[in-house]
Design a protein around this ligand. Structure first.
Ligand code: ACM
Ligand code: ZN
Length: 755
């Protein structure tokens, strides 16, 4: 046996060798995680004696680095020859335009890249090795070797400035924050039904009329009746301001893609120039959210207008792409319009979808003639894809799959993983959002390459993008809250290698990154100290498991409606209905929100369940057992782990009881978020196998409702059953004029409560 002093000596030795890197040195916590990093012993000391050298090609980036060091740490580089150097070198042998090598030794930091993009990303990694706060005049940077390059060449974030308008300063901040995460594309959604936000000199009424709305909806669209604030709202970016933003973005290696929506989401422009619509009637700039029937009429004067707009847009944005929208364009007016119908015949088009395709292809031709390429939302596939278009797949990934198989470039922005306007926590106190549920972990789990694509086809996947639609984000703080930390998770999805992805490791690095965001005054959402719960059914024995995203601190809980005070270590036995409350605490300080879950042990809990269809993979988090686990879904978040989502299908759910069970009612509820294409069914069928072998069948209709949640209660005269089957009929095709018109509705079903 070794002497205990020997162990103490070893510990002391370990401690001393660690001292080579003092506590001031930052942990290596770079986000997005580099492809390769090797931590070396020792530190480079950044002080006033460092010579900064750069090849001319990388001067702009080295100047940016110098400015950052000056501003953040009040340190200047030495004008004299020094044996301690930071060198920016370009190397043509680095294949990837955005790749870089960063080597930090005791006396030398080398940034090596092919061009300024790679050097910029090296600098971003280097920044994350510097302390968040330091007023020391000698800063320690850990020695390390990094070789890095992105997995995807399109790494984007979108911002809708139509629903709410944001200042130039904020747009710059957003771009800067993106660039720190090695994102390279800002998709600027500039025109909407509720406001036109880009100055077009040839059409002054876009500024005078289209940029302002008379008032704005208060609360959620689903809250009836609609109420308005009575306040005029709006604004637009002058061309001078746009040039300023474009120039700023270029210093952050970010390309801007402007989006000019057509033929839909154009009510504001039609309010300014009614002749652009089919009816010519005066409409107002929209004051509430949704999809509007006012779309551009494909007349010659409309094309002239759009071409003039494109001329001015092209002159402002040096990037390769112009986004032309193409989404959610109801065909109602086109169906009634003489001109549109004649054009369909004249051009030998199949229908109004053919007309949309004609519209987009014609605009594509014009935009191509200006040396630019178009991007459109996946609706541009309907009626035939324009020859050179890139598709942005938002309604799931089918659009991406189809377009890639047709040999078109695609960018993935599916609602299930990339819509940062959805809720991110199931806590009831979250600020109002459009709906849905997209927690951080789900963003992090995203794979931008759809399974249906083979290796060759997946080359058309350029990358992915997070979308920030701002109906429910009226100020910059709220935009920050919704975008962060989800943008951080997405940055790693698209930059880092899929094999290196590890959520727990990411969360540890995020805890550091959040401190950087504090310093940058970013109002990020912090849910990593929130408790999550899961009911575990192990052969009919129920228990409830608690966990938190970060395991840095302990969880405390209660089961009797008191403040959570018991230290959690093992799953809690669930033998009766109960309400579990839980928090994460650092000593006595509560971190994050209080978690609360009501478990109701109805007669279905613990039975065996099967469903004849698989729920959609994006909405099956709880598995089929979620329907009989005694826990109801969130009232606003159909994407949580209690709701199951099915795309366009009838489903049959079968519940088998271990022993004949006396029941007197079956109830459940459906999500009815029509704006998200989710509809309660019109019909539900029940079939009950009785203990005596007989079967009772019954079909019930469900009244159409505008409520967001449609509950269905089915009372039965007390019977003893061995099995229940429930057939839930899909709502069917969504009607014209509604969001998702022409497509099959989604069905979302919650707990099936059997009493
Ligand atoms: C979209 O979300 N309408 C592209
Ligand atoms: Zn028309």
């Amino acid at each position: 046996m070794k002497h205990p002093y020997y162990i103490l000596f070893l510990i002391a030795l370990l401690f001393l060798s660690c001292k080579e890197q003092s506590s001031q040195v930052e942990e290596i916590a770079i986000i997005p995680k580099p492809l390769y990093q090797k931590i070396e012993k020792g530190v480079f000391i950044l002080d006033g004696n460092i010579q900064l050298i750069s090849t001319e090609k990388l001067n702009e980036v080295s100047n940016y680095f110098e400015a950052h060091v000056r501003e953040s740490y009040q340190l200047e580089f030495s004008k004299n020859e020094s044996d301690k150097k930071i060198i920016f070198k370009s190397d043509e042998n680095i294949q990837n335009e955005e790749g870089y090598k960063l080597t930090i030794n005791k006396n030398l930091i080398e940034v090596i890249s092919k061009n300024s993009k790679g050097a910029f990303y090296a600098v971003q990694s280097l920044f994350q090795l510097l302390p968040i706060n330091s007023d020391s005049k000698s800063i320690e940077i850990p020695c390390i070797e990094i070789k890095d390059q992105p997995q995807f060449k399109y790494r984007g974030m979108h911002l809708d400035v139509g629903r709410h308008f944001f200042s130039v300063d904020f747009i710059k901040k957003y771009i800067d924050l993106m660039s720190r995460l090695k994102m390279n594309t800002f998709h600027w959604h500039l025109t909407e039904d509720q406001g036109w936000r880009i100055e077009i000199k040839k059409y002054p009424k876009l500024q005078e009329v289209a940029a302002f709305r008379n008032e704005t909806l208060i609360g959620h669209y689903s809250d009836q009746p609609h109420q308005f604030d009575g306040k005029r709202y709006g604004g637009f970016y002058t061309q001078k301001q746009i040039k300023e933003v474009v120039a700023y973005a270029s210093t952050r290696q970010i390309t801007i893609i402007p989006e000019i929506e057509m033929p839909g989401h154009s009510q504001a422009a039609i309010a300014a120039y009614p002749e652009l619509g089919c009816t010519g009637e005066q409409v107002e700039v929209a004051t509430k959210w949704g999809v509007f029937e006012e779309v551009y009429c494909p007349k010659e004067n409309t094309f002239k207008f759009l071409e003039d707009v494109i001329d001015e847009v092209v002159a402002l944005f040096p990037g390769k792409y112009i986004h032309i929208g193409g989404d959610e364009a109801p065909k109602t007016n086109w169906k009634k319009c003489d001109h549109c119908q004649k054009l369909i015949k004249k051009e030998n088009l199949k229908d109004e979808h053919g007309l949309q395709s004609y519209f987009i292809a014609r605009m594509e031709k014009y935009i191509n003639s200006k040396g630019k390429q178009i991007i459109g939302w996946d609706e541009i596939l309907e009626g035939g894809l324009a020859p050179n278009a890139t598709v942005m797949s938002w309604r799931g990934t089918n659009g991406a799959v189809q377009a890639a198989k047709e040999g078109h470039d695609v960018i993935l922005t599916p609602g299930s993983h990339c819509y940062f306007d959805h809720y991110q926590s199931d806590n009831e106190n979250e600020p109002l959002a459009i709906g849905g549920f997209l927690p951080l972990e789900k963003v992090y789990s995203f794979n931008p390459i759809p399974e249906e694509l083979n290796k060759e086809e997946s080359k058309y996947v350029l990358g992915a993008q997070g979308n920030v639609w701002t109906e429910y984000m009226s100020n910059k703080k709220q935009v920050e809250y919704m975008a962060f930390p989800r943008m951080i998770a997405l940055s790693e999805v698209i930059w880092s290698s899929a094999e290196s992805r590890d959520y727990n490791d990411f969360i540890k690095r995020l805890e550091f990154y959040q401190k950087r965001l504090d310093k940058l005054d970013v109002n990020y959402a912090n849910h990593i100290y929130e408790v999550k719960g899961e009911l575990v059914n192990s052969d009919g024995i129920l228990s409830y498991k608690l966990s938190a995203t970060s395991d840095t601190y302990s969880i405390y809980y209660s089961t009797d409606d008191t403040e959570p005070s018991k230290l959690y270590s093992n799953p809690i036995d669930v033998t009766s209905s109960m309400t579990i409350k839980a928090v994460v605490k650092d000593g006595n300080k509560i971190l994050g929100n209080t978690f609360e879950e009501e478990i109701s042990l109805h007669k279905g809990v613990g039975a065996k369940i099967s469903i004849d269809k698989e729920p959609h993979p994006a909405y099956n988090a709880g598995g089929k057992e979620a329907l009989i686990n005694g826990i109801s879904g969130n009232n606003k978040r159909y994407g949580d782990k209690e709701w199951l989502g099915f795309s366009g299908e009838d489903i049959e759910i079968t519940i088998e009881f271990k022993n004949p069970t006396e029941i007197s009612s079956i109830s459940t509820r459906f999500y009815n978020g029509n704006g998200q294409w989710i509809y309660a069914p019109k019909e539900i069928g029940f079939s009950m196998k009785l203990e005596d072998g007989k079967t009772i069948n019954d079909i019930r209709t469900i009244k159409k409702s505008n409520n967001l949640l449609v509950e269905y209660f089915y009372p039965i005269e007390s019977i003893s059953v061995t099995e229940i089957s429930i057939v839930v009929k899909n709502y069917g095709i969504i009607e014209d004029g509604k969001q998702g018109a022409g497509h099959k509705a989604w069905t979302f079903i919650d707990e099936i409560i059997i009493e």
